[in-house]
Write a protein that binds this ligand. Structure first.
Ligand code: COA
Length: 258
């Protein structure tokens, strides 16, 4: 049985966490398959956008697998956190856009997985939360860092310290997700956005991801220099000539990623 399903269609790779009987909880086998999936998709020239979702009606991912976590000692727990962080870092560092289509519970490691994706779309029934403090631990797969960077320290501390779940509507209001769709329309909404991204210049998308992700880790002045350097590099691409030529000729651009 495969815990991570990959379906490819029209340059979109659909990555489905597939352990619905445990609400897609992330045990080590799931993490390993997830890492392998992204390692393959990063270099797959047939794929321009990745969408991550959960199998079943109920959950995106209900967290790291608590039955595995319970037996960890100090050294093991630290290694486990570093392991989860490394997998999610690989996702955040993908040079092509990764969309989280959050179809239900996104708790603990599931919320952290969504945070590592570049864009988050939630179905109306989705529920977000970092309930780790109710288990006597803290988020360990990047949640304390990415949530605070995404929504600000105050809202992040509210969610992390209370351990409370939040609705899709509240997640939208606080900037934890950028779009919400009715449950039945989630896949179509993610697909429509993926197709929009696929119509854009792939080298431009790659540079935009680098500018935002890496630039946020720099002082602003350095980030601005980095942005200008990437802007300069794009001026040497055929894609720029194509994009601007297409605009001036009033036709859709046909980018080649060159
Ligand atoms: N780790 C391991 N197993 C999990 C899990 C997790 N994070 N989340 C859910 N499961 C398992 C349950 O143990 C249950 O297994 P069982 O049928 O063998 O008993 C199955 O998934 C279904 O979950 P259940 O709790 O019965 O569903 P529910 O609808 O009553 O509640 C949740 C849903 C999401 C509220 C509840 O499962 C929950 O709180 N999960 C843990 C969330 C969490 O703390 N995540 C952070 C982990 S660090």
């Amino acid at each position: 049985m495969s815990f991570v399903l990959i379906e490819k269609a029209d340059r979109i790779a659909w990555v489905t966490l597939n352990r619905p009987e445990k609400l897609n909880a992330l045990n080590n086998d799931v993490l390993k398959e997830l890492e392998e999936a992204f390692a393959a998709l990063e270099h797959d020239a047939e794929v321009g956008v990745v969408v991550v979702t959960g199998a079943g009606e109920k959950a995106f991912v209900a967290g790291a697998d608590i039955s595995e976590l319970k037996s960890l000692d100090t050294a093991g727990a630290r290694v486990q956190a570093l392991r989860g962080q490394a997998v999610f870092q690989r996702i955040e560092s993908m040079p092509k856009p990764v969309i989280a289509a959050v179809n239900g519970f996104a708790l603990g490691g599931g919320c952290e997985l969504a945070l590592a994706c570049h864009i988050r779309i939630a179905s109306e029934n989705a529920r977000f939360g970092l309930p780790e403090v109710s288990l006597g631990i803290i988020p360990g797969y990047g949640g304390t860092q990415r949530l605070a960077r995404l929504v600000g320290k105050g809202v992040a501390l509210d969610l992390i310290l209370s351990g409370e779940m939040t609705s899709a509507a509240d997640a939208l209001r606080m900037g934890l997700v950028s779009r919400v769709a009715p449950q039945a329309d989630l896949k179509a909404t993610a697909e429509k956005l993926a197709k929009t991204l696929l119509s854009r210049g792939p080298l431009a998308l790659r540079s935009a991801l680098a500018a935002v992700n890496e630039g946020l880790e720099m002082p602003q002045e350095q980030g601005l220099q980095y942005e200008a350097a990437l802007f300069g590099l794009l001026a040497a691409t055929q894609d720029m000539q194509e994009g601007m030529g297409a605009f001036l000729e009033k036709r859709p651009a046909a980018f080649k990623g060159l």
